[in-house]
Design a protein around this ligand. Structure first.
Ligand SMILES: [Zn+2]
Ligand SMILES: [Zn+2]
Length: 337
């Protein structure tokens, strides 16, 4: 089989490998699609993701495919099942697992980060992190279950989302678009999104039924909000997120900055407005809600999975030598249905 192996920092090589044999508790999956995200960019450049990727490793933590074989202890999957994998594997033994804060697991491992993922024709995963996908959800959509589930986790860890709350999404990338749909699905009525290009914002406003859009290259964010989701990760946007808050607001820091990055905020206002500023890290227990949202159509990412490429083109995208518009999805085997 073909495997796209990250062999070092900013280095990838297409290798011919044996199809892996699933262990007793594992499922062997023939990859249909794999998504590329900011985490892959970080890993490719030698930076940490949710965990460290040590080369040689096959990336591809966002993936979908069809079961090819199962280990002897696997009872809930069989050859031919359509599946997606929640990449994150919690140890179950550390303090944070014991208190239910799985995302902070001391021994986090992940498919496509610490063990080989979807950027190869076949990969394995423990049956505990494999999910059946319903017929109405395509394998292409299913490869975005992981990013959607990270947004769902943000919804899970917010307090008491209510229809009267207004929301600001900072950024208009793939995750920002997912957040627009999630906030709507969770009952928020008034949603504003910021971006940097009028034409894109106009299109997004229509596609996502946004109440307001703001081009921050030429206008100020006009109001304050009860919910602010920061989905860019720069000091400027993080500062703006905390600034544009109503009393009692929740600011969710989703955009990932560089590990040493800082920003400034008015701590008196945090006290006076009783703000919550919270990070949101990965996606424990979020795949079932993700499935429900995809199945109902409340979340529809198909218009945004715009950049479909082959395995051979992945390095160019990670190197930024190939221009990209929209979410990049690798069609490893698009003939799988
Ligand atoms: Zn991702
Ligand atoms: Zn743990």
């Amino acid at each position: 089989m073909k495997a796209l192996v990250m062999t070092g920092k900013q280095e990838m090589k297409m290798e011919e490998r044996e199809i892996p044999t699933p262990k007793d508790n594992e499922v062997l999956i023939e990859t249909a699609y794999a998504g590329i995200c900011g985490t892959d960019n970080a890993l490719f450049n030698g930076l940490p993701g949710s965990a460290d990727a040590v080369p040689p490793i096959v990336l591809g933590h966002e993936n979908s495919g069809v079961v090819k074989a199962v280990g002897k202890d696997v009872t809930n999957f069989k050859e031919g099942d359509r599946v997606s994998v929640d990449p994150n594997i919690y140890c179950g033994k550390c303090f944070y697992c014991h208190i239910g804060l799985f995302e902070e697991c001391d021994n986090l491992s992940a498919v496509g980060v610490t063990r080989d993922g979807g950027l190869e024709q076949y990969f394995t995963a423990p049956d505990t992190v494999v999910y059946h996908i319903p017929d109405s959800v395509s394998l292409k959509e299913a490869c975005s279950m992981e990013p959607i589930s990270c947004g769902v986790h943000t919804m899970h860890i917010m307090d008491n989302i209510q229809p009267h709350m207004n929301a600001l999404i900072i950024g208009d990338g793939y995750m920002a678009k997912i957040f627009a749909q999630l906030l709507r699905a969770y009952g928020v009525q008034d949603i504003t999104m910021t971006g940097r290009h009028d034409d894109l914002l106009a299109q997004e406003q229509k596609q996502l039924n946004l109440n307001h859009v703001v081009n921050t290259t030429k206008e100020e964010i006009p109001s304050n909000y009860d919910i602010v989701i920061e989905a860019v990760g720069t000091p400027e946007t993080q500062e703006a997120a905390v600034k544009h808050t109503n009393k009692g607001a929740q600011v969710m820091m989703f955009g990932v900055g560089a590990p040493g990055q800082t920003f400034s905020m008015n701590t008196y206002e945090i006290f006076k407005k009783q703000l919550t500023v919270k990070g949101s890290m990965i996606n424990p227990n979020s795949f079932e809600d993700t499935l429900a949202l995809l199945e109902s159509g409340a979340v529809d990412i198909t218009p945004f999975q715009a950049n479909v490429i082959s395995l051979d083109e992945v390095e160019g995208v990670l190197n930024h030598t190939t221009p990209k518009v929209g979410k990049t999805v690798v069609a490893v085997n698009p003939d799988l249905k």
